[in-house]
Ligand binder design. Structure first.
Ligand SMILES: Cc1ncc(COP(=O)(O)O)c(C=O)c1O
Length: 258
């Protein structure tokens, strides 16, 4: 019998994974269901990405890369950030990982002390809370209500910040509520955060391309350039390119930068 660490005690099985499993079971019984569980796209990974990934494998690119990602990939990411998000970052200012969740876990692991508070804007992606709990942090929930279109309000942010607040996690656009922030919304949050230098900002922008009705995406750090030094922008290819199960970011991003 394997003994689990008590660090895992507060963590419950993932509700979204349970919903998707229940939906699959219902489907296999012939029921017509809409799965609102795991965040899968409704299209397949684009063909050119699959081909590029296969070509890279066949060319022998299957060995350990540098820990922070190959230079070619980091250059491609820097190009993408400049082109799409108006964010100027040198290739040494970010790292490549196996998904957004890994980046978030690593960032929290590297910075949280026991009891440090992490602000979460509810409703939020459930695994933020699990990550904080596993690492001995204290998740602090700020309710974001439908009347405000599920956007965090500056006044609520002010009231939630304490001397122990280490991070706020923003999710732009937000999952599961679909909240979209205007430039002014982000600027107002930035004004509050500017007064609290102990708080770092994690801006999870994984769903940046899931926008409708001509809405444009703006990155938190692009709007609040004065906070860039304490903002960690998290991004990835799982949602935009329907690649939740394969790690071919290199192929896609290198292709885009050419
Ligand atoms: C808001 C949010 N962040 C991060 C992730 C996980 O991203 P990845 O698959 O790249 O680890 C998800 C997945 O559903 C998500 O909804």
């Amino acid at each position: 019998m394997i003994a689990l660490s008590s660090r895992l005690d507060p963590v419950k099985p993932s509700a979204s994974a349970w919903v998707s499993q229940a939906a699959n079971e219902a489907r296999s019984r012939g029921e017509d269901v809409i799965d609102l569980g795991l965040g899968e796209r409704d299209f397949d990974t684009p063909e050119h990405i699959k081909h590029a990934a296969h070509a890279a494998d066949m060319a022998g690119q299957t060995k350990y890369p540098p820990t922070s990602g190959t230079l070619a990939l980091r250059k491609a990411v820097a190009d993408k950030l400049r082109r799409e998000k108006d964010l100027a970052h040198g290739v040494d200012e970010f790292i490549v990982a196996n998904g957004a969740k890994q980046v978030i876990f690593n960032a929290m692991r590297a910075t949280l002390e026991d009891g440090d508070e992490v602000l979460l804007c509810a409703p939020y992606f459930g695994q933020y809370k699990d990550i904080v709990l596993i690492l001995g942090g204290r998740p602090v929930t700020i309710p974001c209500v439908a009347e405000n279109r599920f956007r965090l309000q500056p006044g609520d942010l002010v009231r939630a910040i304490t001397a122990r607040t280490r991070w706020i996690i923003l999710n732009l656009p937000s999952n599961p509520a679909g909240a979209v922030y205007s430039d002014d919304d982000l600027r107002s949050l930035g004004v509050v955060l500017a007064d609290h230098p102990q708080v770092m900002i994690l801006s999870d922008e994984i769903d940046e391309h899931i926008l409708f009705n001509g809405r444009k995406f703006r990155s938190f750090a692009a709007i609040n350039s004065d906070l860039k030094d304490r903002t960690l922008t998290v991004n990835g290819v799982s949602k935009t390119y329907a690649m939740t199960g394969i790690a071919s970011a290199v192929a896609q991003l290198e292709k885009e930068s050419n």
